[in-house]
Structure formats: structure tokens, C-alpha cells
Design a binder for this molecule. Structure first.
Ligand code: A3P
Length: 305
């Protein structure tokens, strides 16, 4: 393991490079336990994201979509109205396998829905060996970076002060961020999704924003829970998108005032929810640097962001 010491300006704990990606100590413990003990089942669904790509949103969408018979999204007691999405779709290595090295998952109903930020190379072997399905969501690096910078500042204690944009930007460009390098994370799943489109649905935050109805229908087909009629499709798609919208989720009491058991305020996961907010922050030089990295990293991959 190569390590980076804690730096007050950016991360506040040391980082460890494991299988080519950066983790803090707590997270790494979860990664190792989950690699060792997680047994994927054929009908499991795994949402994979790099941090700040829209995980919270897709958790809400997948939960509502997959459970639409058990919990009709129009009901007043829908679980999403009183639970933060992270409580409904738990992270493997950040929650389940950190709290317990080998958690008992026997009470979970099928299809089980999990999420992870693990890079492809670090997935537990049973994920690759089973028929379980992966939905990979990524986001353009400019907005991801701004979202990440804002998020880390929200989580920092007041006495630590805030991270400057420049400091965090340099590290991000060098590939040093939790689960970074950002581009390698995305490319790992991109290449695998081309080889195995039945297994991995590759999606971006931007296309989901642009054509949510289309991608919700495609996700339903991909996950083996297609809409049974045109009518069901039209009504249900609209109501799922509505309950999962930024405006709805961010204004719920649970998300305004609640906290996750790990201590984060639920409202930290809702900031602006827009495409293109980077324009309010990045300088021309920063933009050029990011675009150059993208060009180099994505060259020949066919992936456009
Ligand atoms: P911004 O910081 O750009 O606003 P993650 O869930 O992976 O941590 O990502 C957080 C980002 O997703 C934040 O982006 C957040 O505002 C946005 N987000 C949260 N809920 C959303 C929703 N329902 N629709 C769209 N974006 C959402």
C-alpha cells in the first residue's frame, strides 16, 4: 500500500492507495471486508458511482422503480418520504461492511439493492461471477469536482476552516480524491460495459437529467422489471421522477433536518442538483487543465462526457 499523509488543507486523514485507487482508513477496512465476505446473488442490483456523481438521486430512483408494486410511489407513506435514500440503499463498503466485517444480510428482501463507490478492479469476486446487475452512474468531471469541493467543506468542522478551490483542484487533477483517480474509475466501468452490456448499464448524470423518462424505461428493462403497458409506463414514470426530483427530496423534513448514523447531515447530499454549475467557479486555466486531462485520458475510449 502506498500512503499519503493527512493534510489539513484537503483530506483530514491519511490516504492509502489500494489496487490503484485512494481510500481513507475506514473506507479501506470496508473495502477489504466486503471483498472477502460479500456474496452477490443473481438478482442483486448494485448501483456504482464515483462520489458526487448523483448517487443519492439514483438510489431514490432505483429503490422506487424496483419496489413500485410493494410501495406504490403515490402513497403518502412511501419509504422515501421519511428516509434518506442512503438508508434505503446501503453502501457496501461504507456502511454494511464497516459496521460489521461480515454482516447478516439474510433479512433483506429480493431483489437486494446495494450501492458502492468501489472501482471495477476492486469489486468482490462474487459480483463478477454472479448474474447480478450493475448500474454505473458518472458525471462530468467539472461538476463532480465542484460538488466534491463543496461537500468536503460542508463536512469539515468549523475550526478547520474551508478548503480552497485551488488546493482541492490540484489534488483532483493529480488523481488524489477518495476513490480517485476519477477518470480511471469511470473508464474501468466504461470498458466493462462495452464488453458486457447485459451486466452493466452505463449512465451519466447529464443524460439522466436530459432524458429522464427514456432512461427510467431503459433501466426498468435492464433490471428485468419492465413496465407492463403504455399506460403504466406513462403514469408510473412521471410519478417516480416526481417523487425523486431534487425539489421534492431536498424539501422533505427528513432530508432537511435528519442525520445519517455516520454523522453526516442529510442535507449535505443536496446542494443545487444542476448541470453546468462549474461555470460559476472554474477559471479559464482550470477549465483548460481539466479538458486536457479528459482528452488524454478518454482518448480512443469512445466515452464522451
Ligand atoms: P451538486 O453538488 O452539484 O448540487 P452524490 O449523491 O453522489 O453525493 O451527489 C451529490 C450531487 O447530486 C449534488 O450535486 C446534489 O445536489 C445532487 N443531487 C442530489 N439529489 C438530487 C436529485 N434528486 N436530482 C438531481 N441531483 C441531485
Amino acid at each position: 500500500l502506498s500512503t499519503l499523509p493527512a493534510e489539513r488543507g484537503w483530506v483530514t486523514s491519511a490516504l492509502y492507495n489500494y489496487q490503484g485507487f485512494w481510500h481513507n482508513a475506514r473506507q479501506l477496512q470496508g473495502v477489504l471486508s466486503c471483498q472477502k465476505h460479500f456474496e452477490a446473488q443473481d438478482d442483486d442490483i448494485l448501483l456504482v458511482t464515483a462520489p458526487k456523481s448523483g448517487t443519492t438521486w439514483l438510489k431514490a430512483i432505483l429503490f422506487t422503480l424496483v419496489n413500485r408494486i410493494r410501495f406504490p410511489q403515490t402513497q403518502d407513506d412511501h419509504p422515501l418520504l421519511s428516509n434518506n435514500p442512503h438508508m434505503l440503499v446501503p453502501f457496501l463498503e461504507l456502511k454494511l461492511y464497516v459496521e460489521d466485517e461480515s454482516p447478516d444480510l439474510s433479512s433483506l428482501v429480493s431483489p437486494r439493492l446495494f450501492s458502492t463507490h468501489l472501482p471495477y478492479v476492486s469489486l468482490p469476486k462474487s459480483v463478477q461471477d454472479s448474474q447480478c446487475k450493475l448500474v454505473y452512474l458518472c458525471r462530468n468531471p467539472k461538476d463532480t469536482f465542484i460538488s466534491l469541493w463543496a461537500f468536503t467543506n460542508k463536512l469539515r468542522l468549523q475550526e478547520m476552516g474551508t478548503n480552497s478551490l485551488e488546493q482541492v483542484f490540484d489534488k483532483f487533477c493529480e488523481g488524489v480524491s477518495l476513490y480517485g483517480p476519477f477518470w480511471d474509475h469511470m473508464l474501468g466501468y466504461w470498458h466493462e460495459s462495452l464488453k458486457n452490456p447485459e451486466k452493466i448499464y452505463f449512465l451519466t448524470y447529464e443524460v439522466m437529467k436530459e432524458q429522464p423518462n427514456l432512461h427510467l424505461r431503459k433501466l426498468a428493462d435492464f433490471l428485468g422489471c419492465p413496465f407492463s403497458s403504455k399506460e403504466e409506463e406513462e403514469n408510473v414514470v412521471e410519478s417516480i421522477l416526481k417523487i425523486c426530483s431534487f425539489d421534492n427530496l431536498s424539501n422533505l423534513k427528513v432530508n432537511k433536518e435528519g442525520k445519517l448514523p455516520s454523522g453526516e447531515n442529510n442535507n449535505a447530499f443536496f446542494r443545487k442538483g444542476k448541470v453546468g454549475d462549474w461555470k460559476n467557479y472554474l477559471t479559464t486555466e482550470m477549465l483548460e487543465r481539466l479538458e486536457k486531462i479528459c482528452e488524454e485520458k478518454l482518448h480512443g475510449s469512445g466515452l464522451k462526457l
